[in-house]
Design a binder for this molecule. Structure first.
Ligand SMILES: O=C(O)CCC(=O)C(=O)O
Length: 339
């Protein structure tokens, strides 16, 4: 069976020069893409992106030719980025990543509507992925020693993102992300049928609960996440066309809805296939990875963090194809910070 391709593009030097010039005004503005208001004001910002890049993202969204899309060659000034922070709270602010945040925000707008969860990193639209001391064994973007198992982002939510953007600020040791496409897995008909039935529970990953439990225990977003943990509804893992399915899973946070050995075997077969078809992608400095969150499952290699300012550091943005998916469900009417 041939594996589906990954769309790939490298910006040429002229495109980089033009892009930097086109973004000068946005860079100087007081409105940061970390804030939801940025996307209301600059919804037409994708017109500033190079035409080739816009077409690539359009193709990726409209035609679904692959599970992932890689764009190389965005400029990152290591000195401006500064040391990898110790914690996502970042009391020093986000000025050091404004340039890459702008690239991500415009690419995100080209794909749909960027949003965030009220439960994570204070609902900031652009978030950090780097190792945090004490979190080494956690199944989250802040773990390191533990291999981060295959998942689609926020699979416990029916309104999970359509696209996940990850941007390499720093990755000196070239620690890979792994991508497995639902279109590449080979399963027998019985396993496919079982996986397409609502026989599985997926609960929130612990970050959705831990961050607010520590900082805002009365937040309504926390209560909602606790309900999703304590009263999960059974969901299918595969959906859409049986021959070309979409996927929803979170290996460390899922189980069968009851005692269901047949469904368990089907899930084991799927996990084995995800391992078999996985492909490593290294998010080098200046590389953007866009994942179709309903076609790609992703994982991350384990590594040893140094906590000396040189650790791997990614920025992350999630995008919905349209705001109707979460309209009325946000912290403010029409807002982008979803409860
Ligand atoms: O660090 C990575 O490569 C992946 C991070 C990840 O899985 C996530 O943020 O959901």
């Amino acid at each position: 069976m041939t594996m589906s391709p990954t769309l790939e593009y490298t910006l040429n030097p002229q495109e980089v020069t033009d892009l930097r010039a086109a973004l000068a005004g946005l860079r100087a503005s007081a409105l940061s893409p970390v804030e939801p208001e940025f996307y209301e004001r600059h919804w037409d910002g994708p017109s500033l992106l190079p035409g080739n890049l816009r077409r690539l993202l359009d193709d990726f969204r409209r035609n679904e030719p692959s599970a992932a899309c890689l764009v190389h060659g965005f400029p990152v000034d290591d000195a401006v980025a500064g040391p990898t922070p110790e914690h996502w709270e970042r009391p020093e602010g986000y000025g050091s990543t404004i340039e890459s945040d702008l690239y991500m925000a415009l690419c995100g707008l080209a794909l749909g509507e960027p949003f965030s969860w009220a439960t994570l990193q204070f609902g900031r639209l652009l978030q950090d992925v780097f190792p945090v001391k004490g979190d080494e064994q956690r199944m989250s973007g802040h773990g390191s020693e533990a291999f981060l198992l295959f998942h689609t982002d926020d699979a416990f939510r029916p309104d999970s993102c359509d696209y996940l953007l990850l941007f390499g600020i720093r990755n000196e040791e070239r620690i890979p992300t792994y991508i497995s496409s639902a279109r590449d897995v080979s399963l027998d008909d019985e396993h496919r049928r079982l996986l397409a039935e609502a026989r599985f529970h997926i609960v929130p990953d612990e970050e959705h609960i831990r961050q607010l439990e520590l900082r805002a225990p009365d937040d309504p977003a926390l209560l909602r996440a606790l309900e999703a943990r304590d009263r999960p509804r059974p969901v299918p893992v595969l959906f859409g066309s049986p021959s070309n399915p979409y996927i929803r899973l979170d290996a460390p946070y899922m189980s069968c809805a009851g005692d269901d050995p047949a469904a368990e075997r089907a899930l084991d077969a799927l996990h084995a296939e995800l391992e078999r078809v996985r492909r490593p992608v290294v998010l080098d400095q200046g590389t953007l990875l866009v994942l179709d969150n309903h076609i790609a499952a992703h994982a991350r290699e384990s590594f040893t963090a140094r906590y000396d300012g040189t650790d791997r550091w990614l920025r992350k943005l999630i995008v919905s194809r349209g705001r109707r998916r979460w309209a009325g469900d946000s912290t403010r009417p029409g807002g982008r910070i979803v409860l």
